[in-house]
Design a protein around this ligand. Sequence first.
Ligand code: NDP
Length: 249
Amino acid sequence: MNNSGIKGKVVAITGASSGIGEAIARYLAKEGAKVILGARRTEKLEQIVKGIQNAGGEAAFTSLDVTQPDDAKKFVQFARDTFGDLDVMVNNAGLMPLSYINAYKIDEWHRMIDVNIKGVLHGIAAALPVFEAKNSGQFVNITSVGDRWVGPTSVVYSATKFAVRAISDGLRQEVGRNIRVTLVAPGATESELAETISDPSLKKQAVEQFRLDLLPAEAIARAVAFAVSQPDDVDVNELVVRPTAQKNI
Ligand code: NDP
């Protein structure tokens, strides 16, 4: 059966407690998906899920730390227990503590590698067996325009996103003919992401220079919805979505 559209699909979203993940959950639920939200701040997830349910949508949440492979497995199991299946795994959780290499913020490098790279791999390891067993399913990995661009202060962040782009392209080639892999690369988008920058002057610079013309997070949600809504035999491999005014990064 060629199952196009969003309605009825079970979609699990990591990092759904704010920003882009929250917008994806709200938008896909409005389009009729059954959404499962995961993140560490469960009080935020609870509020978002209530909002979706009050608007007539179907949603549930559970605590998730993507750095823990067992958590990722439990997240997928929660989706299957709650809504009976899993159709789409959105690996969105991420952080961006920009810094110069010679600031030696080694803990922050590790944190980005743990969440931005290992977190995506854990999501893949949790969902792929489900997709392989039913011979269908879709990964949507949220990278960044930093998956193809690197500049001062974004060295480690971009490295993690380059890695996720490589992982997505390789995964697409390895998985069976009926499993889809989509990469969505946002430009500057409204969210709490700049809050993860610990250096106050870099945070100020990021907010004042790079985060002037922000996309609403729903713009990224619409890109995800476009990819998810295609017929099963159409795999939108990559979407890069920038604010029109963002030209050089
Ligand atoms: P936010 O900071 O608003 O959201 C990040 C989300 O990741 C939160 O829900 C946070 O939830 C979650 N998260 C962080 N660590 C973990 C963890 N260990 N386990 C589970 N969830 C975690 O930023 P965005 O919405 O902007 O970020 C979403 C994705 O979009 C990221 O991958 C980011 O790199 C990417 N992106 C964003 C851009 C932008 O300009 N906003 C541009 C390009 C890419 P909690 O703290 O509750 O766990």
